[in-house]
Design a protein around this ligand. Structure first.
Ligand code: YSA
Length: 352
């Protein structure tokens, strides 16, 4: 081959390669381009082989030109490769982009149950009056649930609490029907002065309706000391009613019978909705019943080794769900154990 022909072929090859490169739009196409023009089996390599067919005098200049073209095409290739890679990275970044300005997804969180909230609140109210909060067993013996509370097995009052009995063989094992058994347990463990409240779950074998559950919560209160009087009981319950239902609330005592108190009362708070005038919530009576109370019976004190000639005490018990119903105007007690999130989440704002 003559040098002129060699140079003309080389120029054509360079032009064709450069033109073809402008049409390359992806990295895969670029690799094909490399194989076709500057790779080990590409057109340029063939031109190197064709050098041998030139006159020996022409070879150095032709070789120099060939190297020049190779360098130029290699440089052009590398520039294009850098451009395409940058473009691919940018495209990937765009496709993988996360918009950090979008609002996050709110995780679903729970909130405290209204009964738990009320127990916390009651504990705080009574702590300010010097009462300690204690808890007791939900499975009880007949001795604590009844006997030590002056309710012997043949006593008709034992029928008042329809009891879920666990075991009748050895010792009478029951699900506690009230929180009062903790009165005896606390007095056995500690000597006066005693001031405790006992919140907790209680069970009764009872049909459910809008105001009765078979499982509900009570709050027991007990104070034993020298010279504890009925007026102390009234003052404590009055303060409770004011803290729960507002500063102008009044309370009412009416005679009632519980075997473990003498005298015994039921106590009510004047209705905060109608201010005692009578409305649907208080069933036109002007009063909302809160629970039972009284002066601890001397036989109960003596039964746990406390001398009733030296010490006196008061006790009370109230239903926690009923308190919540009064406060929030809830018409059906079954809502508390019903597990309906629409009801339970109403109390989310009160959870701390
Ligand atoms: C009385 C005198 C004391 O010195 C100490 C405590 C007591 C209370 C007694 N142990 C007792 O259980 N009385 S009670 O049967 O009348 O229940 C007390 C409160 O529990 C009631 O006023 C009511 O608020 C609630 N309660 C009773 N049965 C219920 C109920 N709440 C929901 N469902 C039921 N089935």
């Amino acid at each position: 081959m003559q040098r002129a022909e060699f140079e003309s072929q080389l120029n054509e090859l360079k032009d064709a390669a450069e033109r073809s490169l402008t049409g390359v739009s992806g990295l895969e196409d670029l690799q094909s381009w490399e194989r076709e023009y500057i790779g080990s089996k590409g057109s340029l390599t063939l031109m190197f082989r064709a050098l041998g067919g030139l006159d020996s005098a022409d070879r150095p200049e032709a070789g120099r030109l060939l190297n020049q073209v190779k360098q130029s095409l290699t440089a052009t290739f590398e520039n294009r490769e850098t451009e395409l890679k940058a473009g691919a990275t940018a495209a990937r970044l765009v496709s993988e982009a996360v918009d950090v300005t979008l609002p996050g997804r709110q995780p679903q969180t729970g909130n405290a149950h209204p009964v738990s909230l009320m127990i916390d609140e009651l504990s705080e109210i009574f702590a300010l009056m010097g009462f300690q909060t204690v808890f007791g067993p939900e499975v009880e013996t007949g001795r604590y649930n009844f006997d030590l509370l002056n309710i012997p097995s043949d006593h008709p009052a034992r029928d008042v609490w329809d009891t879920i009995i666990m075991d009748t063989l050895s010792e009478e094992i029951v699900l506690r029907t009230h929180t009062s058994p903790m009165q005896a347990r606390v007095m056995e463990e500690s000597k006066p002065p005693v001031r405790v409240i006992v919140p907790g779950r209680v069970y009764r074998y009872e049909a459910q309706d809008a105001s009765h559950e078979w499982m509900f919560h009570q709050l027991e209160g007990l104070a034993v000391d020298s010279n504890i009087r009925m007026s102390d009981l009234k003052g404590v319950l009055q303060e409770l009613a004011r803290q729960l239902f507002g500063p102008t609330r009044r309370i009412r005592f009416r005679c009632d019978f519980f075997p473990f108190v003498e005298p015994g009362v039921d106590f009510a708070v004047d209705c905060a909705i109608c201010n005692g005038k009578g409305c649907r919530v208080c069933k036109q009576s002007g009063w909302l019943e809160m629970g039972g109370a009284g002066m601890v019976h001397p036989r109960v004190l003596a039964g746990v080794g406390i001398d009733p000639e030296v010490y006196t005490g008061f006790a009370f018990g109230l239903g926690i769900e009923r308190l919540l119903m009064m406060r929030y105007g809830i018409s059906d007690i079954r809502a508390f154990a019903g597990n309906d999130l629409r009801f339970l989440s109403e109390f989310a704002a009160l959870t701390v």
